[in-house]
Design a binder for this molecule. Structure first.
Ligand SMILES: Nc1ncnc2c1ncn2[C@@H]1O[C@H](COP(=O)(O)OP(=O)(O)OP(=O)(O)O)[C@@H](O)[C@H]1O
Ligand SMILES: [Mg+2]
Length: 226
């Protein structure tokens, strides 16, 4: 991945969610940690243009998130902190096919790619289920399949193991580790990021640590005071 933040800041009215930031990310697996409200989701949403910089700019694989916003959405897929909010269609298979239909792909290719995504996440048995009846872990896997099926080069996962039991947490963690796509994982689940290539720590809208996971996690404990 090639993600660049240049003097990028985000304000919501009076509140500064992200202070001016200069940063380039090129690693395959990047993690983001920090206290509640520290700016992690804001930072992650900047990457695929869901949040626009109040000043400065962000580029993703050479595309500007403001000028090339549609192309950026295809480049970087985002899996929401509450994935039930991103499932649009009533049936799992329809939801996974939705993004492909929007692109006007032929029926056979949609079916082939949908089957591929279902089998990749081990959820073939969920294809005909109603999305609102799925468990938390099932919802998480379906949300990942629905994004991955559109072939983004970068996947941004915002608290992917949130609300999951121990078994589903393990399953989703292993699935993420095995993803061939470049990933940016935001999490409070430190086990999920202890082996990433680069770990960022946000604190009060600023980058407070950046680098080796072990060192960043140590700093996080210091900041959290526990
Ligand atoms: N749309 C918005 N309007 C106003 N303020 C916002 C908006 N989105 C985020 N904020 C504020 O910006 C700050 C950073 O929020 P953000 O969601 O990035 O935090 P976070 O690190 O992801 O927190 P959490 O761990 O709780 O998910 C918070 O103070 C939040 O209230
Ligand atoms: Mg968040």
């Amino acid at each position: 991945m090639d993600i660049r933040f240049t003097d990028c800041a985000v304000r919501f009215g009076e509140r500064v969610a992200l202070h001016p930031l200069n940063l380039a990310l090129s690693e395959k697996r990047v993690g983001i940690i920090g206290l509640n409200g520290s700016g992690k989701t804001t930072f992650a949403r900047l990457i695929n243009g869901l949040v626009k910089p109040s000043s400065g700019r962000v580029t993703v694989n050479g595309l500007n998130t403001v000028e090339d916003d549609r192309a950026v959405l295809s480049e970087a897929g985002f899996i929401f902190q509450n994935p039930q909010h991103q499932l649009i269609m009533p049936i799992v298979a329809e939801d996974i096919a939705f993004g492909l239909k929007n692109r006007g792909l032929p029926r056979e290719e949609i079916d082939r790619r949908m089957q591929g995504a279902l089998s990749r996440f081990g959820i073939e048995h969920l294809a005909r289920r109603r999305v609102h009846e799925l468990s938390g872990g099932e919802t998480q896997l379906v949300a990942m399949a629905s994004v991955v099926v559109t072939d983004p080069k970068i996947l941004i996962l915002d608290e992917p193991t949130n609300q999951l039991d121990l078994r589903n947490r393990r399953r989703v963690a292993e699935t993420i580790e095995g993803l061939p796509e470049d990933t940016v994982v935001i999490t409070h689940d430190l086990a999920l990021v202890e082996n990433v290539d680069r770990l960022l720590l946000f604190h009060e809208g600023r980058l407070a640590a950046d680098g080796d996971p072990h060192e960043t996690i140590r700093r996080y404990h210091e900041i959290a005071g526990c």
